[in-house]
Design a binder for this molecule. Structure first.
Ligand code: AMP
Ligand code: GLY
Length: 426
């Protein structure tokens, strides 16, 4: 089967690496891909939101499976576009319909879905321009800290944790009245702050049945010790020591099952990944967010641990046969450490050549490109998160040490990475 994968980050390089290993994969194309994905297949210069061009490409290259990496095409309705077009409908598409993707595309939609389906999450209210005046007294009496979330997609930047009432009122005002996050913040979810360790859980569903992939924890802050600004993700580990069987059983019973049941009951077409971002409060899991795709950089530790054939799993999902699937995971710990451009997540420069890519990696380590491009004879940086090294170990500390060792030969101007990924489990 020929496969087309959409996206260009570290998640997509890891997906391309895993898909290409399957005997079921004949040709793999990545649109648009990066310098790393060319090791696994053929890059195609089409943007993931150019549905017409993607449809034409799929017909020309006889694509049998379309795997959607990032959220944007899903929220814009790529699955509906392919479903509605008779000549494209038979392509196995990994990614939910637009209605399903709204679990990520609108925090208000996600919260209402959780409420209807009795899924544990932080208490909340939604405000917009019309209810702005009611929001002010609501914030005045809210416990601190209070969490403000822009409703729509905001590339991970739409969440504010306010520790004072003045800050909360000022941010609330600038989100709703001054369009701080643009369209995304026309509605604001105000929610209770939950204190605890976070966990990313990835569920692959065919709309009725599901399997839970290895869990992961990512490290979102730029600075060591989880300090400084939020980023797309600076590293990840899998498995996560506190996610033991007792806890994961609660996650499955209280969150995963009602989520999948709710999607089916509400007739939302959902083939693909439900990424549940949750937080452990005391001994209990609460949902912080849903995403409609795999996480980045979580994918860079989840897929190296996954021993199943990913094309086979995706095929079972797209043909509604997931009840026959059983997940096999490498019991060792995987850790990934992301290198970023100096200045990220604020202003940074790009276009710097990357040295050391031709050096052999320590055995068992993997290097996934996230923002790179081939330029003449060189590979150069093209974004904030540049590349990530994934390594294994018998503990989090050993896996993290191996990932840092794998980065020893890699360098580019102003390269930065956190040296403490996995620190709380060391
Ligand atoms: P989100 O974009 O919803 O993933 O939120 C980004 C980050 O904000 C999360 O990973 C959490 O660290 C934090 N966060 C979001 N909601 C809450 C909450 N209710 N309580 C505590 N932290 C939160
Ligand atoms: N690492 C979090 C995300 O992909 O949204």
């Amino acid at each position: 089967m020929n496969i087309l994968l959409l996206g260009s980050g570290g998640r997509e390089h890891a997906l391309a690496w895993k898909l290409a290993q399957s005997p079921l994969c004949t040709r793999l194309f990545i649109a648009p891909g990066n310098a790393g994905t060319t090791q696994c297949g053929t890059n195609v210069s089409i943007q993931p939101t150019d549905f017409n061009a993607l449809g034409a490409f799929c017909l020309k290259e006889e694509i049998g499976m379309l795997v959607v990496g990032p959220e944007e095409p899903l929220v814009k309705g790529i699955a509906d576009f392919f479903y509605d077009e008779a000549s494209l409908r038979s392509i196995l598409l990994i990614g939910p319909s637009r209605a399903g993707a709204m679990l990520e595309g609108s925090k208000a939609v996600a919260k209402a879905f959780m409420k209807r389906n009795d899924i544990p999450t932080a208490a909340y209210r939604v405000f917009d321009n019309h209810s702005f005046e009611e929001g002010l007294p609501y914030l005045q009496q809210h416990t601190l800290p209070v969490v403000l979330k822009a409703d729509g997609l905001a590339a991970g930047k739409g969440v504010l944790i306010c520790t004072s009432r003045d800050e909360a009122l000022a941010e609330f005002t600038s989100m709703i009245r001054e369009n701080k996050f643009g369209e995304a913040a026309k509605k604001v979810v105000v929610e209770e702050h939950l204190q605890g360790l976070e966990l990313s859980v990835f569920v692959l569903t065919d709309g009725r049945n599901y399997v839970v992939l290895p869990e992961a924890k990512d490290y979102k802050r730029i600075g060591e010790g989880d300090t400084g600004l939020n980023t797309g993700g600076m590293g990840a580990v899998s498995p996560v020591p506190f996610a033991d069987k007792v806890f994961m059983d609660k996650v499955e019973q209280r969150i995963v099952m009602p989520t999948i049941k709710g999607l089916a009951a509400e007739k939302i077409r959902y083939t693909g990944i439900v990424f549940i971002g949750l937080i452990k409060v005391g001994e209990d899991p609460y949902v912080i967010e849903y995403n409609c795709r795999l996480g980045d950089p979580e994918t860079e530790v989840v897929l190296p641990r996954l021993q199943n054939d990913l094309v086979e799993l995706f095929e079972m999902a797209a043909t509604h046969r997931l009840e026959h699937a059983k997940i096999q995971a490498d019991p060792r710990t995987a850790c990934t450490v992301m290198t970023v451009s100096g200045g990220y997540p604020e202003q940074f420069q790009k276009g710097f050549p990357i040295q050391g890519l031709e050096e052999p990696l320590p055995s068992g380590s993997l290097l996934f490109h996230a923002a790179t491009r081939q330029e003449g004879g060189k590979i150069v940086t093209t974004g904030g998160r540049v590349l990530t090294a994934t390594s294994f170990g018998s503990s989090v500390a050993e896996a993290a040490a191996n990932a840092k060792k794998a980065l020893e030969k890699i360098s580019f101007q102003e390269m930065y990475f956190r040296k403490d990924i996995g620190f709380e489990f060391a």
